[in-house]
Design a protein around this ligand. Structure first.
Ligand SMILES: *[C@@H]1O[C@H](CO)[C@@H](O)[C@H](O)[C@H]1NC(C)=O
Ligand SMILES: *[C@@H]1O[C@H](CO)[C@@H](O)[C@H](O)[C@H]1NC(C)=O
Ligand SMILES: *[C@@H]1O[C@H](CO)[C@@H](O)[C@H](O)[C@H]1NC(C)=O
Ligand SMILES: *[C@@H]1O[C@H](CO)[C@@H](O)[C@H](O)[C@H]1NC(C)=O
Length: 381
């Protein structure tokens, strides 16, 4: 009995002291049971409101805390040259294999290529291999690979690459560097890009996954949010990618193709990294495997299928600019290759993702407190 009384007294005292409105009327002397009940209902409704609004606010913070706004102050921006992760400019020449290097390689391995026939087959095979892409895999010649093992493909492609030294000019003072890059169209050269380094043969060969300071200084304004909230990824957020140290939308799509090839044909083309972050090794396709991939070329290129669902879930890069080609001119030139490109018009519009609803807004929750006090008014008369 004593304990019960004590508990009762404690409740009454704390309800008198508590600063949240309403509780005091539950225990006020002279209020009858009906009045107390009405106040109880009010408090319950208030609490229900708190929980509803609170979860609403939390949901909004988690899913749509940003808005996309248009920015037209064009004189204030620095326009980056097509060079970032998304818009790298890649030059893929039709000639990939250096004939002299190829002959040297065949001569240096007489055990592998003993006869003139085997040499001729190897020549054809290596040239075909260097030119593969998803479009042409279905026609890949069978039965000419001889003794060349799938694990050697990438090394061969890199060692026998035809060196391509065009003169590059951009009309600005920036120095443009050409870097070797492994792409889904074979080994190419990319200009001024951040991703080339992570897709080079040397980087893959040494099984590296580290990030390095980019040569090109790019200005980014990362939004300080978790990726699922902001719906875009920074380039150092590559946890989802098993075979890349850096994130880009295209690398993510590339990995999606990698997974599709592995699932449907149990092997991957040679232009993918065959050893992943966790140390798992994937089999590289023999010519039969390439033909298998070639059969589903439309699906694997577009990553769309009418028959089954293809889930890639690739988020855009946070710093993404789109360039549109306005004119292209090309002509045969006999004094070495010359590549020229430039921006014809400065951009006039920029879309910005802005944070309008941050953590401080969630913690503020002012509106909720107001809601809890709504009962004050009907009972004031
Ligand atoms: C634009 O570039 C100049 C020179 O590199 C730099 O001083 C300036 O802060 C940059 N402006 C913006 C908005 O990044
Ligand atoms: C690819 O292989 C076929 C069959 O051996 C050959 O006829 C063709 O010339 C090769 N392609 C190239 C680009 O060497
Ligand atoms: C920076 O440039 C040098 C030579 O110009 C090159 O060897 C190096 O790989 C580049 N680093 C990156 C991260 O692109
Ligand atoms: C990615 O880079 C940004 C700044 O560019 C940094 O704030 C962030 O911590 C980095 N994230 C990871 C996972 O390294």
């Amino acid at each position: 009995m004593d304990i019960l009384k004590q508990v009762r007294r404690t409740i009454v005292e704390s309800f008198h002291e508590i600063s949240v409105h309403g509780f005091i009327f539950l225990v006020k002397r002279g209020n009858n049971i009906l009045e107390r009940l009405i106040w109880l209902v009010c408090i319950i409704v208030g609490f229900y409101g708190i929980i509803e609004l609170g979860s609403d606010t939390w949901h909004r913070y988690q899913t749509s805390p940003t808005v996309i706004t248009m920015d037209r102050s064009k004189f204030a921006w620095n326009t980056s040259f097509p060079s970032r992760t998304m818009n790298k400019m890649t030059v893929c020449s039709d000639k990939k294999i250096d004939d002299d290097k190829l002959e040297d390689y065949l001569k240096a391995n007489p055990l592998k290529f003993p006869t003139d026939d085997s040499k001729e087959n190897a020549r054809n095979f290596i040239k075909n291999l260097s030119l593969i892409s998803y479009e042409t895999m279905s026609d890949f010649p069978l039965g000419i690979e001889g003794n060349i093992k799938p694990d050697e493909y990438l090394k061969l492609m890199s060692d026998l690459k035809w060196e391509f030294h065009p003169e590059i000019s951009s009309g600005t003072s920036n120095k443009l560097i050409l870097q070797r890059i492994i792409t889904e169209r074979g080994i190419c050269d990319a200009v001024n890009t951040k991703t080339a380094y992570y897709n080079s043969y040397d980087y893959w060969k040494d099984n590296r996954w580290d990030l390095v300071e980019p040569n090109i200084t790019v200005v980014v304004h990362p939004l300080e949010l978790k990726p699922s909230q902001r719906n875009c990824r920074l380039d150092n957020e590559s946890e989802e990618l098993l075979t890349s140290a850096i994130y880009s939308f295209n690398l993510c799509r590339s990995q999606c193709r990698f997974k599709m090839a592995l699932k449907e044909c149990k092997c991957i083309p040679w232009f993918y990294r065959s050893l992943d972050k966790n140390g798992r090794r994937y089999p590289i396709c023999r010519p039969e495997g390439m033909r298998c991939i070639g059969k589903m070329k439309d699906e694997i290129i577009t990553l769309k299928s009418s028959k089954k669902k293809i889930e890639c879930d690739c988020m855009a890069n946070c710093d993404n600019s789109n360039f549109f080609t306005q004119s292209i001119r090309s002509r045969v030139w006999f004094l070495g290759a010359n590549l020229q490109w430039g921006i014809i018009d400065y951009p006039k519009l920029q879309l910005k993702r802005e944070l309008i609803f941050g953590l401080s807004d969630v913690l503020g929750m002012k509106n909720i407190i107001i809601n809890a006090n709504i009962c004050k008014y009907p009972l004031m008369f």
